[in-house]
Design a protein around this ligand. Structure first.
Ligand SMILES: NC(=O)c1ccc[n+]([C@@H]2O[C@H](COP(=O)([O-])OP(=O)(O)OC[C@H]3O[C@@H](n4cnc5c(N)ncnc54)[C@H](OP(=O)(O)O)[C@@H]3O)[C@@H](O)[C@H]2O)c1
Length: 278
């Protein structure tokens, strides 16, 4: 999802981009990672590959860790061999959600899930690269991947009414083209260390779903429920609003709005935008 939008954003700017699919480059293979990086001699490596199936990671933590941290260690080593900067994409799920004010990059981490633990190990691995940027983000949606907007559209297409959506988890939805631009700005600014980027405006999943339903001109109802009403294998942080103050300080740019991103998403995605009430 992110990688496709990032490639498009960089190519639009005239950057030379070498993008590798999983079939072309398994990032858990030391031989392939070394060979690919030695051949491409990149200035910057942006690792968009990850085990992102949060709930499945609970029963497959070792397999998730191989991708989310073992591979990052390989990329860090390869980056140092060619003098490249490693940009590692990380997540709000490294936090436990007990704060009630936005999380700063240096706040203590305490992941609640296997996914969060493996991504935190990935941050530690990325920091082994001499030049590294660890970019935490949250609640991604983009037209090239499975995401919450698509999940809502599937429910609407099935005629579910009302949608019952969790209203006691709060975060910052982020449109992947906005994140792609933020990555470029941070690289241009020479940013290193840990930085947060998320779109402006925090929301609950309930508020996000309500905006999706309104954006689709659907009359379907949306009912708030609690996390306890919707148990999942992985525990999510109740509050994972990321502070983007450091991003703005480094780049001089304010984050884009997720609501604007959602409208762009709905304009460009290929499903009907107006769903009749079932
Ligand atoms: N989605 C979110 O809400 C969210 C929130 C915060 C942070 N993030 C982070 O943002 C980054 C991008 O996420 P995304 O949503 O764009 O993820 P995504 O759409 O699931 O893309 C991840 C990609 O990694 C590939 N991959 C998995 N294992 C690989 C391997 N061994 N070698 C090479 N490629 C491999 C996957 O290929 P297959 O499809 O073939 O498995 C997939 O194309 C990730 O680091 C994620 O942890 C995501």
């Amino acid at each position: 999802m992110l990688a496709t939008d990032l490639r498009e954003a960089l190519e639009r700017r005239g950057d030379t981009v070498i993008a590798r699919s999983r079939a072309e480059l398994d990032v858990t293979s030391v031989r392939l990672v070394r060979h690919c990086v030695a051949e491409a001699k990149p200035d910057v490596i942006v690792n968009c590959a990850a085990w992102t199936r949060v709930d499945d990671a609970e029963k497959n933590e070792a397999a998730a860790a191989a991708i989310n941290s073992g591979a990052v260690e390989l990329l860090a080593g390869a980056a140092d061999e060619t003098g490249a900067k490693l940009v590692q994409i990380s997540t709000d799920f490294v936090f436990d959600g007990t704060k009630r004010t936005p999380y700063e990059p240096d706040d203590p981490t305490n992941p609640l899930s296997a996914y969060g633990r493996t991504k935190l190990l990935g941050e530690i691995a990325a920091a082994h690269a001499t030049h590294h940027l660890i970019l935490r983000t949250s609640w991604l949606f983009g037209v090239h991947g499975n995401n919450f907007v698509e999940a809502m559209k599937r429910q609407l297409a099935r005629g579910v009414d009302p949608l019952r959506i969790v209203a006691d988890q709060r975060g910052r939805p982020t449109f992947t083209p906005h994140l792609a631009d933020a990555i470029r700005r941070l690289v241009d600014a020479g940013a290193e260390g840990i930085v947060h980027y998320a779109d402006s405006g925090d929301a609950t999943w309930f508020a996000f779903a309500s905006a999706i339903v309104a954006g689709l001109n659907s009359l379907t109802g949306v009912t708030p429920i609690t996390t306890a009403d919707y148990p999942t294998p992985a525990t999510r942080p109740a509050y994972s609003v990321l502070s983007t103050a450091r991003y703005t300080q480094l780049t001089g740019a304010e984050p884009e709005s997720w609501r604007e991103g959602l409208l762009d998403y709905l304009r460009t995605s290929d499903t009907p935008h107006s769903l009749p009430r079932p």
